[in-house]
Design a protein around this ligand. Sequence first.
Ligand SMILES: *Cc1c(COP(=O)(O)O)cnc(C)c1O
Length: 434
Amino acid sequence: MKYYSTNSKNKFFSFEQAVMKGLADDGGLFMPEFIPSLPKEFFANIESKSVTEIAIEVSKQFIEDEIPQTKLEEIITEAINFPAPVVELEKNLFVLELFHGPTLAFKDFGARFMAKTMGYFAQKENSHLNILVATSGDTGSAVANGFYNTPGINVYILYPKGKVSKIQEQQLTTLDKNITALEIDGTFDDCQRLVKSAFVDSELTSKLNLSSANSINIARLLPQSFYYMEAYKQIPDKSLPVVFSVPSGNLGNITAGLLAKKMGLPIHKFVGATNKNDVFTEFIQSGNFNPRASVQTLSNAMDVGNPGNLARIVDLYSSSIEDIRNDIYSATFNDEQTREAIKEVYKKSNYVIDPHGAVGYLALQKFLKENPNQEFTSIVLETAHPAKFKDVVEEELSIEVEIPERLATCLTKEKRAVELSFDYNSLKEFLLSF
Ligand SMILES: *Cc1c(COP(=O)(O)O)cnc(C)c1O
């Protein structure tokens, strides 16, 4: 399988090059040259497969012999070492719990797979890597956790000062060894801009071997398609059209779902749920893409004003907005509605949903209301554990949300972060000081 950049389709790269570069030199995002279809029997027999077997089957299509089969199996077994259960809320309505990994968010799937894949390539090439990653909350801790203690790889995490939750900050800033947290006096978009500037700075890249680990890395995207298949596998009655509602920010999650559909997974529709950062919803509705500064919301991992993966979606559908609309519906909700939804889900189903999942729930309800004459099996992706947003959830539900052990341990550790301004030169100086 070869990979091209969304900015130029006539130059090809290996999987290894795409993974190690992260972002193409021309600023585009890497895409596989085609989306392989899995055989019909794969989906017909999916119930007999483990999540590991599904993951191996899917990733083999994209990686081929660039990673030996036994090594790939090892990477997957180590990376995806936690379940993704489907839980029923109401008749024909489910949540897919993607928070059973070490950092309690769905990003563990992509980040752990990517970290182990990069670790393999770095070792093979005997090289030393510096990973720069911008985070709006959950990416950073998932990435840091995935790379923690990987020989030959240093990780720098840029996060917006004061704009991530206390728990997220603890997760970002309490790892030591090869992980450094950079607290940027700015927004997530500033963090993303700084990372992008670093990659196109030839002075810096000539001195440091830089790589990215955002959701733009193709090795983050691929493993996110595994759990759409894993979810489909668990649907008890597969006769109804399947709808996935995806709480969306940088659009990596929904893009991975689109890949799964193109590989042959029978998905009827995707609902792209957004908070007040509704650039994507506006794009689906009007066809116009107007990136703008992000605003802060309760579902802060979705606070993205310039969603990077939109370039991939447009590419997947050869720029046809009609074709995109055929597969994707989108709706946007504010914080007040999010709070109401947290209460509604608890009242109706006795289920504690986090603010991101709540936005997904709301968008799904809107889609169902607009399609009253059809029955669906609906799955809301629950992207984070409610304990990560304990304050909001407890305020709305007047209950105590228990913090899982794997999160509780980092809350007592001391925060270690380097403070930097949003000016690119301060980042550059810092990186060159090593
Ligand atoms: C990152 C994140 C999202 C948004 O996912 P994208 O792939 O950026 O669209 C939603 N919910 C949570 C909890 C996240 O961490």
